[in-house]
Write a protein that binds this ligand. Structure first.
Ligand SMILES: *Cc1c(COP(=O)(O)O)cnc(C)c1O
Ligand code: SF4
Length: 434
């Protein structure tokens, strides 16, 4: 199958675009100048339902929508474009708007870059003891771009903000120096945009390094959703699958962390065939998605998605709360609604689907799950817990925040019962004063 990319400069060649109103096309132009925009022939021809494009979750997932920018910013960019401004001006104005959208949420840049022998490793993050993240330089793009993505600064030419790294040798050396690490998560962008040969080089090096404490290699990828032909007809498909097999043959687990936002992404013949191919290598596939207004903010969508995943042999893993970045205004769901949607979906599925954890916020101190809304001695509160913490002692200790129906993120929450701060806050701030 031929992989054809569409972006701002050529999306009008997509035959189905003829069905769009002038207004929708103009919105794509305006918003696509600020937020990332890229789609491809698979998404366009096999996933999007063009008869119903305005409400189609996959269309919204890839095509910029007017509501994704503040009205003021939209109008400003519209004016800039209509004035026939030159490229440099458009770029400057777009960057100004991007800066307002919290491009690096949860202290990703400042806090998580580790050092090896005194040198900063910019393509690595090591936030939680057991799991290290690696961003290979060749995997910093994706087969299409999600309009909600918090990695968007990586795709919009703001080079100084990129995390990237070439050298697997440094990663291996760092792993050797850190016996607490059991998991290496290779992520991006999407590491599966990498050529098969390159992926094989990375995975082979990790296998050959024979690091006894490294048990699990995870690969975070949206390819099953955006380009399943990666495992079917791409010329290096077999090389990719063989590289996976090397990991499992070496006795390590390979967890393919698949990103799916809607059950529609699981319905095509191509995705189902690709899933079979990956599972045949001995890899496990676990799934994750943020909860997104306008895309999947209904319990039935999640319960159907988890059930289909389990039928296809996948393991539901995370439901995330949309981060406080980019178009959060458009995609954000309140914490109260997030919990309701999770609960209603979770109640409808059998125990085999209840491996999923969430709804969870990836904050600077850790991953915080909303356990529920409770009433304790007359005070309505959110019960929360860390499912992952910068200090592992924080994990699995319930704590409480004042109920606020409008809260959308951890920063919006206050401790309940008159406490001045949450139990971890002192220890958390001490970590950065050393
Ligand atoms: C989620 C996450 C991990 C992995 O955590 P698990 O609980 O092992 O799934 C690792 N590092 C970062 C920065 C994360 O956000
Ligand atoms: S596939 Fe992942 S990294 Fe790529 S645009 Fe979507 S959310 Fe972002």
């Amino acid at each position: 199958m031929k992989y054809q990319i569409y972006a701002l400069h050529n999306y009008r060649q997509i035959p189905q675009i003829e069905r769009l109103s002038e207004e929708d096309i103009f919105s794509i132009e305006v918003v696509g100048t600020v937020l990332p925009f890229k789609t491809n022939s698979y998404v366009v021809n096999e996933l999007i339902d063009w008869d119903n494009y305005k409400e189609d979750p996959i269309f919204i997932l890839n095509f910029p929508q007017k509501g994704m920018l503040e009205e003021e910013d939209f109008n400003h960019m519209a004016k800039v474009l209509k004035s026939g401004a030159d490229k440099a001006t458009i770029k400057t104005e777009a960057n100004k708007i991007r800066e307002k959208l919290n491009p690096h949420p949860a202290g990703q840049m400042e806090y998580n870059v580790p050092e090896l022998n005194g040198v900063k490793l910019t393509g690595v993050q090591h936030k939680y003891d057991e799991t290290m993240l690696f961003f290979p330089a060749q995997g910093q793009t994706c087969h299409a771009y999600c309009t909600f993505c918090f990695r968007w600064p990586q795709f919009t030419n703001m080079d100084e903000m990129k995390f990237a790294m070439k050298e697997i040798d440094y990663v291996i050396e760092y792993l050797r120096q850190h016996p607490e690490i059991t998991d290496l998560l290779i992520t991006g962008g999407d590491p599966m945009v990498m050529k098969g040969q390159m992926l094989d080089a990375y995975l082979s090096a990790l296998v050959e390094a024979n690091i006894p404490h490294l048990k699990n290699i995870r690969i975070g990828s949206k390819t099953l959703g955006f380009w399943p032909y990666r495992y079917l007809t791409d010329s290096d498909a077999d090389e990719v699958l063989n590289a996976f097999k090397k990991v499992t043959d070496a006795g390590m687990s390979l967890a393919f962390m698949a990103h799916f936002n809607h059950y529609r992404e699981l319905e095509t013949e191509a995705v189902q065939a690709a899933i079979k191919k990956i599972r045949a290598t001995g890899a496990q596939i676990r799934t994750q998605s943020p909860l997104l207004n306008n895309i999947n903010a209904k319990p039935e969508i999640w319960s159907t998605m988890w059930q289909m995943q389990v039928s296809l042999g996948l393991i539901p893993y995370y439901m995330f709360i949309a981060r406080d970045t980019g178009a959060q205004k458009y995609f954000g769901v309140s914490l109260a609604d997030a919990w309701k949607i999770f609960q209603q979906a979770y109640q409808k599925v059998s125990g085999i689907c209840r491996t999923v954890r969430g709804p969870s916020m990836s904050c600077t101190p850790g991953k915080v799950r909303i356990v529920g809304v409770s009433e304790i001695k007359g005070e309505k509160v959110y019960t929360l817990e860390f499912i992952q913490g910068r200090d592992s002692n924080w994990v699995a200790r319930p704590f409480f925040a004042k109920y606020d129906p409008k809260a959308k993120w951890m920063d919006d929450l206050q401790p309940a019962f008159g406490a001045e701060e949450f139990f971890f806050e002192q220890e958390f701030s001490d970590m950065f004063l050393k």
